[in-house]
Design a binder for this molecule. Structure first.
Ligand code: NAD
Length: 490
């Protein structure tokens, strides 16, 4: 492993995400030698008045499950420093800057700085601007990179405003917008499978593929996130970012190299070909839902912190079209929602049937052939299943579906990093492949905004699906109308 020297500055260091994901991820990188153990420090800030010792106790606690010994956890935590800080108060940044310079010297970090904003999005711009204005960025040849959490705006205009605010302090190539779905093993495997196999890439087009289905299903409801969620809804929370990112990776053309700039170029090209719907097309091609009650399960409108007349969607299904040569007439169906039958993410690539079924022709019967389906299980297990038609053992020529399955082994599982670990590592290396660029984010908002605007005009008939189901009937009808069906439906 190449160890990188760096000073981290984390805003939101007392927060839930930091404790659950960020500290364990940085710890794993430290253990594996990806951060230089002698030349790394982190300044954490938050509203609470913590001492360094309190902060370090929190760090030790949050990494203890992954630590080989308490010594190791403590030695890691000794690199952590805390400053109580109100991010809206400009004066505090002067103190931060002084502290950063001091630690830079103490740890000899080559002036490399990684800023991580893990706070509510209304603070993203403020922090970025103050960092620059108060000389918190290093200027002695080291790198300055900004990692920023989601959500990136709530529509095109707010995203652009945020981006302009960041742009005053950081160049686009210094900004790393987190979309943790891009850090998932099987999402990255899509690129490996496509561009590493002529067998796959050779048929990855409208001549052989009938349709592609992407499902991001959650079993739980809104839980304690209702306050945020009700102002957002599934379209903003899941479609504009994760779902469209996954579609892009499925739809993009082959990059000329695996460098981040080359991959981004192709992703953007794919997004530019994604059809932005007219109002009528939205009504035809997109379905929204909100869960009702089921036994003890309250309907969405009676969950804590949800207004009883809420028209926020907890479910979205839709048909997405890429208007280019490769994908002409191939619909990409997407769906995501809460309170569905199970928690999973999967991609089903449905291939066309043979033009002629010679077996049925010989028997003068109906065709028994199924569509070939390549299913990529993204969560909770990493698995690939290819469904083919094969011969049923015995006399005659009866057909039956057969499945070729690859499941990630325990050994592979053990070396698969959590998305956050992988993404922070990428940022340390300066590799932006698995982060969302502004061109991607903005295009995705243009697409989502049109849907949002139509939905804000029309009154939905909510609730319209039962907890534990796979969503409203209209989501099935969306495919039935095209003579198709969801591969997974139970
Ligand atoms: P949180 O509410 O638990 O933590 C917020 C942090 O911000 C705390 O450290 C708090 O002290 C700090 N803070 C708030 N106001 C401040 C101020 N004025 N000055 C200084 N510090 C201030 O939030 P979280 O769950 O850790 O989420 C952080 C970010 O990550 C959010 O943007 C959220 O959308 C995003 N995110 C969270 C999750 C998750 O699972 N929690 C998942 C995806 C994205």
């Amino acid at each position: 492993a190449t160890a990188t020297r760096a000073l981290f500055m984390l805003f939101g260091a007392t927060g839930d995400l930091a404790k659950r994901k960020l500290y364990p991820s940085i710890f794993n990188l430290y253990k594996k030698g990806y951060v230089d153990n002698d030349h790394f420090a982190l300044i954490g800030t938050g509203r609470r008045e913590w001492s360094d010792d309190t902060f370090r106790d929190v760090i030790v606690e949050s990494v203890s499950a992954n630590a080989d010994s308490e010594e190791q956890a403590k030695s890691f935590a000794s690199h952590f420093y805390y400053m109580a800080h109100d991010v809206t108060n400009p004066e505090h940044y002067d103190a931060l800057s002084d502290y950063a310079n001091k630690l830079d010297q103490q740890y000899d970090t080559n002036g490399n700085r990684i800023f991580y904003i893990s706070m509510a999005p209304n603070f993203f711009g403020t922090v970025a601007q103050n960092l620059k204005a108060h000389n918190c960025l290093s200027d002695n040849g080291g790198f300055n990179r900004l990692i920023i959490e989601k959500p990136f705006g709530r529509d095109y205009d707010s995203a652009e405003e945020l981006n302009n605010a960041l742009g005053k302090s950081f160049n686009e190539d210094q900004v790393y917008r987190i979309d943790h779905y891009l850090g998932k093993e099987m999402v990255q495997n899509v690129l490996a499978l496509r561009f590493g196999n002529p067998l796959v890439e050779g048929i990855w087009n409208n001549e052989y593929i009938d349709n592609i289905q992407v499902t991001l299903a959650e079993k739980l409801g809104v839980e304690e996130r209702a306050g945020y969620y009700d102002g957002s809804g599934a379209l903003r929370d899941m479609v504009q970012n994760h779902t469209i990112q996954m579609l892009t990776i499925l739809a993009m053309e082959d990059p000329i190299s695996f460098k981040d700039v080359d991959i981004r170029r192709e992703k953007i090209r794919a997004l530019k070909s994604m059809r932005v719907y007219t109002e009528d097309e939205v009504r035809k091609n997109f379905v929204r839902g909100q869960y009702g009650a089921n036994g003890d399960q309250l309907d969405y409108r009676h969950e804590d912190n949800v207004p009883t007349d809420s028209i926020t969607e907890t479910y979205v299904a839709g048909k997405v079209l890429f208007e280019n040569k490769r994908w002409k007439n191939v619909p990409f169906y997407i769906r995501t929602g809460k309170m569905l039958s199970d928690k999973f993410t999967r991609i089903d690539v449905v291939f066309k049937k043979p033009l002629i079924d010679v077996f049925a022709a010989a028997k003068g019967s109906e065709s028994e052939l199924n569509n070939n389906v390549l299913t990529l299980f993204v969560d909770p297990v990493n698995k690939i299943i290819l469904r083919l038609n094969g011969k049923k053992a015995g006399q005659g020529m009866e057909m039956q579906p057969i499945e070729l399955t690859h499941t990630q082994s325990d050994e592979e599982k053990a070396v698969t990093p959590e998305p956050y670990e992988r993404l922070i590592h990428d940022a340390i290396l300066g590799n932006a492949t698995n982060f969302a660029s502004w061109d991607e984010v903005s295009r995705a908002w243009e697409f989502a905004d049109v849907i949002r605007q139509v939905w804000d005009k029309d009154q939905p008939d909510f609730p319209n699906y039962t907890p534990g189901s796979m969503g409203p009937d209209a989501a099935d009808e969306l495919l039935e109308r095209d003579g198709r069906a969801w591969v997974f439906n139970s």
